[in-house]
Design a binder for this molecule. Structure first.
Ligand code: TYD
Ligand code: MG
Length: 457
């Protein structure tokens, strides 16, 4: 017999409560509780099952008898995606790709599907009609004959079609548009999303077919119903970037089959996403002549060293309160660096408007950018350009000291590879480092004042 019960679910974090509450005690969001009617057909409980003679064929196996062959991973042909996944798609894995609307999730997965000629894929979309998908595919350029499209929101029908088609890979766009008859909650609600994900996981594990889920992200950047989904799936990828700028980063926030410090970089073009294999080249614009306010910082994104261009503009404020505006960088951190420049170096910035931009629309939280930011601000303030052969990689402390950053060797190596002549780092970073092995002059300082003395006179 079917059981009906009503529960209130937080649409943000998935916590539940038997009665409505205004503020979610687990994520502190207001007004997120929604009533959901959950009807479950009563099956056998686990207790009854294990008391019976087992008819299930799935038996425990000795750990030595199992072998995981790296060769069994499916290569997507997309090097950035393969690396982000930890070396290709693991059979039977459930992968969630989250991102804001319009960032390019559908494009990424459709592109993956139509560029794997040897793999039979089923792309089930509840968001777009077949014509729309076809148009998108044409834009990207169709190369595979083995990609099947299905415009469907009913999970039952998708499962039926998958059972008939027997694809090697199933893509669901998006998990929030699916519904299953098993429960009566509305489409996109936490209960529906969880139930559908659970069923898809079962499908993936039993058939060994990898399943990709696209998930929309809510305003806080968490995947809707985040906690619920994230612990159910094997891998969580986040597709980020500024929708109006062309660069996109694919990050792993969870991976049962690989490292979470890998990431992929893409550029959104007219004809789909292009892999960016040498990101530093595109993040630094070629400079003709000298321009003040431009500094190059050597940062790390995941495991990859990246050189990124920092641009700042310092100009006298025309209104009472000067503006502080940043793209890609934390404005609080900028304010801290400005205070250091003001207090420790006596640079009068309090009456100046300051705008700071990181090239390419990337968001960087690495403190190793500090020195390049301070240098670019001073350069704009004083209108003295920084020579384009110099780059920076160090943190700046509150006392105006230059602090060490992690993995300095890969940063220096990357800077040398890109042909920079000098890199400014912290003195504490070079202890025990053989500087002669780098093809670049390493300048080490312990105080901001000393570094600026050298740089700007
Ligand atoms: P889409 O994959 O629909 O985003 P999501 O599924 O994450 O919501 O991509 C959206 C944007 O990408 C859209 O604004 C158009 C742009 N785009 C291109 O610039 N080039 C292309 O080849 C394609 C297919 C899309
Ligand atoms: Mg989409």
């Amino acid at each position: 017999m079917a059981k009906t019960k009503t529960t209130y679910y937080c649409q943000n974090c998935g916590a539940n409560s038997p009665k409505w509450i205004g503020k979610c005690p687990s994520c502190n969001e207001w007004n997120t509780y929604v009533e959901e009617v959950v009807t479950k057909s009563s099956g056998q409980s686990e207790k009854e099952v294990w008391q019976e003679e087992s008819t299930v064929r799935n038996k425990p196996k000795k750990i030595q008898e199992l072998e995981f062959d790296e060769q069994r991973r499916l290569r997507t042909g997309n090097a950035e995606l393969d690396r982000t996944l930890g070396g290709g798609i693991v059979p039977g894995s459930l992968v969630l790709i989250g991102g804001e609307p319009g960032i390019g999730k559908s494009t990424l997965l459709l592109q993956m599907a139509i560029r794997m000629p040897q793999v039979k894929t089923l792309y089930a979309s509840g968001e777009e009609s077949l014509d729309q998908i076809r148009m998108r595919a044409e834009r990207i350029g169709i190369t595979a004959e083995n990609c099947f499209l299905l415009a469907e929101t009913s999970l039952a029908n998708i499962m039926t079609q998958a059972a008939q088609l027997k694809p090697d890979l199933l893509i669901i766009d998006s998990i929030q548009t699916l519904h299953t008859e098993a429960i009566e909650a509305s489409v996109g609600s936490i209960s529906q999303v969880r139930e559908c994900t659970g069923k898809l996981m079962k499908y993936a594990k039993q058939t060994n077919v990898p399943v990709f889920l696209i998930g929309h992200v809510n305003k806080d950047g968490a995947i809707a119903g985040p906690k619920v989904l994230e612990h159910m799936v094997d891998t969580v990828l986040q597709f980020e970037g500024d929708r109006h700028l062309s660069y996109r980063i694919l990050r792993t926030s969870k991976n049962r089959f690989g490292s979470t410090s890998e990431l992929g970089i893409y550029e959104m073009r007219e004809a789909g996403l292009r892999e960016v294999t040498n990101p530093s080249e595109v993040l630094i614009s070629p400079r003709e002549g000298f321009l003040s306010g431009v500094g190059i910082g050597a940062t790390l994104e995941g495991n990859r060293p990246l050189l990124i261009e920092v641009q700042s503009l310092v100009s006298t404020a025309t209104y009472g309160t000067p503006q502080r505006s940043t793209t890609g960088f934390d404005v609080k951190r900028l304010n801290m660096l400005l205070a250091v420049l003001e207090k420790r170096l006596g640079v009068r910035l309090s009456t100046q408007d300051i705008f700071l931009n990181l090239a390419g629309g990337l968001k960087v939280v690495d403190p190793a950018l500090d020195l390049s930011i301070c240098a670019s601000i001073y350069s704009s303030f004083d209108d003295v350009p920084i020579p384009s052969s110099i780059c920076f990689s160090a943190e700046v402390g509150l006392g105006g000291e230059i602090r060490a950053v992690n993995r300095i060797e890969s940063r220096i190596t990357e800077a040398a590879k890109l042909g920079f002549a000098q890199i400014y780092v912290s003195k504490h970073n070079v202890k025990g480092l053989d500087l002669s092995k780098f093809d670049i002059e390493v300048k080490a300082y312990s105080r901001l004042a000393e570094a600026f003395e050298e740089l700007f006179n």
